[in-house]
Ligand binder design. Structure first.
Ligand SMILES: Cc1cc2nc3c(=O)[nH]c(=O)nc-3n(C[C@H](O)[C@H](O)[C@H](O)COP(=O)(O)OP(=O)(O)OC[C@H]3O[C@@H](n4cnc5c(N)ncnc54)[C@H](O)[C@@H]3O)c2cc1C
Length: 399
């Protein structure tokens, strides 16, 4: 159960099941475990009753108390406090209690059985969890860095410097967890890497002199800059948006990926800030077929700098379906040579056309990758379902 939701989930690659499928399986296993725990409790109570024993003395025994408390902890973990509604209402509250309850449950399981049964399976669970936590620590970039946060309408463009040697961050389709200590000490939120830049900067020293505060040392150093496009939601992202154009301390943990390497014949669909995941692929593959549904002109602004940095051919297969009213940002992108269709994206029509093209050539591995809000992904999933032999991968992002 713990392995199924590890942050670095190796099961995705091993089984080709998506990260979300493993997440659903985790919930299924949780509910099944709760069911068996309740059946076990009922049968044991029946056994005590059948033997004509009194329940009173049992309350002084550790194994009994741990068993009762463990079943209650499982009711919490797999019951109403963990349903979708509760998770969406306050994700951080759900997460904190879910972790605490899991630690408590593991301890209670030890107390419940160690005097009579083997506990190796419990040590196995502790080891898997420990390894996942250790991996998170290892992937944390250490100190925080000063990021630039720029706002336009309902989007934040965040540029975060990270040390050199983080070559892994350059792979497409990845995301990292960001923590903003100024806004919350413990919360970490996942965001797709929209762009990675290699930057050469001059080292400066603080002179302490007000007239010449910084002195150029003549030395240079290289670092990477990660660019994120963030839609403000309810918690930390809303607070970040409220700060306005500013610099903010950020800690980075990652990178992670939720899907396997995609075949050459892959069509990408994105909506809103979900395009962050797709752009990395277009750049890494020096092109590709991609459709981006945009309703807000500020989303075009958020990616404009990254588009300007693209090399020739990388954006040739990109079609932006822009349904917004303000045309200034769209016109600027058109001048960069990017194709803009001022109408709604029709996913089924695009896929029909792709299917017809595929029938003409050799049939190889094909896939569709979609990234956007849930309703957009629902539509993509239904359309891909109608096709034969096409693998489907998706990543959810805010509207
Ligand atoms: C892999 C991935 C990549 C993403 N990339 C982007 C992106 O590029 N741009 C963007 O705007 N948004 C992205 N998101 C969504 C973003 O993570 C949420 O919008 C953000 O966490 C909301 O935080 P909040 O504090 O403002 O809202 P909250 O009210 O705290 O959270 C709102 C919802 O966000 C989800 N969420 C919050 N924290 C986490 C977490 N630690 N792990 C998983 N889900 C969480 C939960 O479903 C929760 O109900 C991505 C999400 C995932 C899973």
């Amino acid at each position: 159960m713990i392995l199924a939701v590890a942050r670095k989930n190796y099961l995705v690659e091993a089984t080709r099941w998506s990260y979300d499928s493993w997440n659903i399986f985790h919930r299924f296993l949780g509910r099944a475990s709760l069911f068996f725990a309740v059946v076990h409790t009922a049968l044991y109570c029946g056994y005590v009753y059948e033997k004509g024993e009194n329940f009173g003395p049992l309350w002084s025994l550790n194994y009994w108390n741990a068993g009762v408390a463990g079943t209650l902890a499982m009711c919490w973990l797999a019951g109403p406090p963990s349903v979708r509604w509760a998770r969406q209402r306050d994700y951080e509250f759900f997460l904190a209690l879910h972790v605490l309850m899991t630690v408590g449950l593991l301890y209670l399981c030890f107390v419940h059985i160690f005097w009579m049964f083997s506990v190796e399976w419990l040590w196995g669970a502790v080891a898997v969890w420990g390894m996942d936590r250790a991996m998170r620590l290892w992937l944390s970039q250490g100190a925080t860095s000063k990021a630039i946060s720029e706002i336009k309408g309902e989007v934040i463009r965040l540029t975060v410097p990270v040390g050199p040697g983080k070559a892994l961050l350059k792979k497409p389709g990845q995301f990292v967890y960001l923590r903003f200590p100024q806004l919350s000490w413990i919360q970490k939120h996942p965001f797709s890497i929209a762009g990675v830049r290699e930057v050469t900067a001059v080292d400066m020293v603080d002179t302490g002199d007000d007239a010449v505060p910084l002195l150029n040392t003549g030395k240079q150093h290289q670092h990477l800059e990660l660019v994120f496009t963030i839609r403000p939601y309810r918690g930390v992202t809303k607070a970040l948006h409220a700060l306005g154009n500013t610099t903010v301390q950020v800690a980075v943990e990652g990178a992670y990926k939720h899907h396997i390497p995609l075949p050459d014949d892959t069509v990408f669909f994105a909506a809103g800030v979900g395009f962050a995941l797709v752009l990395g692929y277009l750049r890494a593959r020096k092109g590709g077929k991609a459709y981006w549904a945009v309703g807000r002109s500020e989303d075009l602004w958020a990616f404009e700098e990254l588009f300007a940095e693209c090399e020739e051919g990388e954006l040739d297969g990109l079609m932006i379906n822009y349904s917004g009213l303000r045309m200034a940002d769209a016109d600027r992108l058109e001048r960069l040579g990017i194709k803009i269709n001022k109408s709604r994206l029709r996913i089924s029509e695009v896929l029909d056309e792709w299917e017809q093209d595929s029938l003409k050539g050799e049939k190889g591995e094909r896939a569709v990758m979609a990234c956007g809000p849930e309703r957009f992904l629902d539509e993509c999933r239904v359309c891909v379902d109608a096709l034969d032999g096409v693998e489907y991968w998706e990543e959810v992002s805010t509207k």
